[in-house]
Design a protein around this ligand. Structure first.
Ligand code: F6P
Length: 374
């Protein structure tokens, strides 16, 4: 008698990012073609497992979505089954397990950031088999050197800063551009270096407003009558706090960062006569078609996740380390954030070309000191 086909559920946890549809297409096509499996799309992240809101995904359902932004499954960053706010912060994980069993699923593939990986890790302890796929524009997931969505966000932010550059030049202004990224500075660093920002402020290096003002003044004196500042939303002044836009216990991550560009503008105005303007790039960085790099990374992650799920691997996340694909146990990923190390090669290159990181260069030591010559 032929064995029962595998049934694999797929969901998008947390916020969306460019490349999810490409990954969804890869998982679905690969499971269908290579493993003869049935794929069940779970709608709106873990919410769909609480409400049993699902739909079958066939090969034809994912045709034509490779280039589309967003996720055809819908996403939610308010549906943590262990802290479920529609029911007053209740633990509804038993409901999730029940839905998983009733749907006859053999495994789940969960696309997500650190919040989703943490939830996934806890669900594996309850007997759900899960393979995680790292996706986020923030590039802040421990265990993988790249997440899809990041390259697209960096391209969008770079183009925006390039455009602001020309008007800054015309009007002799200090222009501050705020990127997303939560508690890590990857987007600001990569877009800042790519666009030749004069100052890059990231959460990993607490800035001094006087030092940023000094850079603006020095540029002015040397005839460069404008300054471009790329600031990550998680950047903060030395000894200061993160600038919080909104708090909401209903979110998986209760704090929404945002607003540092306006705080910094006010700080600079105390020191400068030059006009200062701010631009918050916001969700523009998360929308639209993914770059070729993100499409390919999403496709590679998706096919690997399909293979792992079909072969019975669980509690693991697909990852890329040193240009090779690998897997990382979910417990090594959960509840952690990957920040920019001070010896990051791009950060060091930024310093070498004279970019300011908001403090004197001597205050940005490479964490690994060079070996003394004997
Ligand atoms: O994690 C992705 C991200 O876009 C962060 O960079 C940002 O801080 C956050 O999500 C914004 O969340 P929301 O979509 O809930 O406003």
């Amino acid at each position: 008698m032929p064995s029962k086909p595998l049934r694999i559920g797929v969901l998008t946890g947390g916020g969306d990012c460019p490349g999810i549809n490409a990954a969804l297409r890869a998982v679905t096509k690969s499971l269908t073609l290579q493993h003869n499996a049935q794929v069940v799309g779970i709608l709106d992240g873990f919410q769909g497992l609480v409400d049993r809101n699902v739909e079958p995904l066939h090969y034809r359902d994912v045709s034509g979505i490779l280039t589309r932004g967003g996720t055809i499954l819908g996403a939610s960053n308010k549906a943590n089954p262990f802290n479920y706010h529609p029911r007053g912060g209740a633990d509804v994980s038993a409901q999730v397990v029940k839905t998983y069993r009733n749907l006859g699923l053999d495994a789940l593939v969960a696309f997500g950031g650190d919040g989703t990986m943490s939830i996934a890790h806890r669900l594996t302890d309850l007997g759900i088999d899960i393979v995680g796929v790292p996706k986020t524009i923030d590039n802040d997931i421990v265990g993988t050197d790249h997440t899809f969505g990041f390259d697209t966000a960096v391209s969008i932010a770079t183009e925006a800063i390039d455009r602001i550059h020309t008007t800054a030049q015309s009007h002799h202004r200090v222009m501050i551009i705020e990127t997303m990224g939560r508690y890590s500075g990857w987007i600001a660093l990569h877009a800042g270096v790519a666009s030749g920002a004069d100052v890059i402020l990231i959460p990993e290096i607490e800035y001094e407003a006087e030092e940023v003002a000094r850079v603006c003044t020095d540029r002015e004196r040397s005839g460069q009558r404008f300054t471009i500042v790329a600031v990550a939303e998680g950047a903060k002044q030395k000894g200061g706090d993160h600038v919080v836009q909104e708090r909401g216990e209903e979110y998986t991550d209760s704090i929404r960062l945002g607003g540092i560009s306006r705080v910094l503008a006010d700080q600079l105005r105390e020191h400068l006569d030059t006009s200062v303007r701010t631009t918050v790039l916001g969700h523009m960085q998360r929308g639209g078609t993914p770059t070729a790099y993100d499409r390919n990374l999403a496709t590679a992650f998706g096919t690997r996740a399909a293979e792992l799920a079909a072969n019975g691997t669980t509690a693991a996340m697909v990852a890329i380390q040193n240009d090779s694909f690998t897997t990382v146990p979910l417990e090594e990923v959960a509840e952690k954030t990957r920040t920019v190390p001070l010896d990051d090669p791009l950060l060091r290159s930024g310093l070498d070309v004279g970019t300011s990181f908001g403090v004197e260069e001597s205050e940005v030591p490479a964490t690994t000191a060079p070996e003394p010559r004997v």
